[in-house]
Design a protein around this ligand. Structure first.
Ligand SMILES: *[C@@H]1O[C@H](CO)[C@@H](O)[C@H](O)[C@H]1NC(C)=O
Ligand SMILES: *[C@@H]1O[C@H](CO)[C@@H](O)[C@H](O)[C@H]1NC(C)=O
Ligand SMILES: *[C@@H]1O[C@H](CO)[C@@H](O)[C@H](O)[C@H]1NC(C)=O
Length: 351
């Protein structure tokens, strides 16, 4: 058999596997088991049965670290890498509870199997999200990916997650942690803040809203008595109890409804969060969201890290590290994402 024939067969296999990734389930490797260190507090729920099985309502004591993420087909590989990175850098990985939001049209038993195959010891729950509710509120933005209804699931976490859970860390799917998530989760929500996130007061806040917004006196007054700064909604610590008490989901939805009638911003799910919360959030050190590594929205240029220490790398922006690695056109920092990739590459043949 001439070797060129074998080679071309392999290449055809590669092309086919890339072409069908959206249609067929991806196969992921099993992650190692991660153990609590000796001084980790117990998270057993007072009402848990003695045999160690988890409470069906998924309620644990306040020592548990609750993490929310979305799961969708296009970003699944990113979510898997993010989960691995969280566990790997945690000193108490067995105390982390994952809350995944997935489209109600997705096959949740498939998703469940995918997660538990790679993370057999993970405590997690999948919450179906009715994307038609959000879809009707979405206006088109400059980047089609931002219009995915699941992108808006973070608005609805307080409704989706059981009310016994008071605080949650929300994470996007295009990031990896390189530090202990317990430190992020312990961020004090000072001054009755509903959420905490890294703030960027040097960013040009004006540019996130349209001239229509700023020229309307009653709308531009929104920020009159706040020192509003930009923050990224990909990494947030949310006090769900305060969120529920203030009904912030409704406040965000009201801005989205206004956006449908008059265009007050260009980006997707971010500006309503700025409208409701900017200037009233608790700060988080910038090390917890080294964002923008996906490059700019127009030309997809590579970006470098911001100055300072790094606890979390976030490939926000157009380019995603898995897509650039697959295309053999990675940015230099994509090499930092690659070690967390759990995808079982179909073209590496086992012999
Ligand atoms: C689970 O925990 C919640 C809150 O602690 C409690 O109300 C509920 O009764 C528990 N359920 C079971 C089946 O133990
Ligand atoms: C979900 O996937 C499983 C296995 O792949 C299949 O047996 C089941 O019928 C699917 N459910 C739906 C609602 O499509
Ligand atoms: C901020 O953005 C607005 C709108 O995009 C622009 O008009 C203004 O010149 C910018 N200001 C600075 C200081 O760059």
């Amino acid at each position: 058999m001439p070797s060129s024939f074998a080679l071309s067969t392999i290449f055809i296999t590669i092309i086919i596997s890339i072409a069908v990734t959206n249609a067929t389930p991806l196969h992921f490797r099993e992650a190692p088991k991660f153990y609590n260190s000796a001084n980790c507090p117990s998270i057993t729920s007072p009402s848990s049965p003695a045999d160690g099985t988890t409470n069906s309502t998924f309620c644990f004591n306040s020592n548990a670290i609750n993490v929310a993420m979305t799961l969708d087909a296009a970003y699944l590989r990113g979510s898997m890498a993010a989960i691995l990175s969280v566990l790997q850098h945690s000193s108490c990985p067995e105390n982390i509870i994952f809350h995944f939001v997935a489209s109600s049209s997705a096959n949740s038993s498939d998703l469940h199997r995918t997660i538990s195959t790679s993370f057999p010891y993970l405590q997690f729950k999948i919450y179906p999200f009715d994307d038609s509710a959000a879809a009707g509120l979405i206006s088109t933005s400059i980047r089609a990916a931002l219009d995915c209804p699941l992108n808006y699931a973070r608005n609805y976490l307080a409704d989706l997650i059981p009310s016994c859970i008071r605080k949650i860390v929300y994470l996007d799917s295009d990031l990896v942690l390189v530090d202990d998530i317990a430190k992020l989760a312990a961020t004090p929500l000072t001054n009755d803040a509903v959420l905490a996130a890294p703030e960027y007061c040097n960013a040009n806040f004006t540019s996130y809203f349209t001239p229509t917004f700023w020229s309307n006196p009653s709308l531009s007054l929104t920020f009159a008595d706040r020192k509003a700064c930009y923050f990224n909604t990909g990494v947030m610590v949310i006090d769900l109890e305060r969120w529920r008490a203030g009904d912030y989901t409704t406040k965000i939805v009201e801005w989205m409804e206004l956006q449908k009638r008059m265009r007050i911003y260009e980006l997707g799910s971010l500006p309503p969060f700025l409208l409701v919360f900017a200037g009233n959030i608790a700060p988080v050190d910038h090390r917890w969201n080294q964002h923008g590594l996906g490059g700019d929205n127009f030309r997809g240029l590579c970006r470098d890290l911001h100055p300072g220490p790094v606890s979390l790398l976030h490939w926000s922006g157009k380019g995603k590290p898995w897509a650039r690695l697959d295309a053999n056109r990675p940015c230099p920092l994509d090499a930092l994402w690659a070690p967390y990739d759990l995808l079982r590459t179909p073209y590496i043949l086992d012999s």
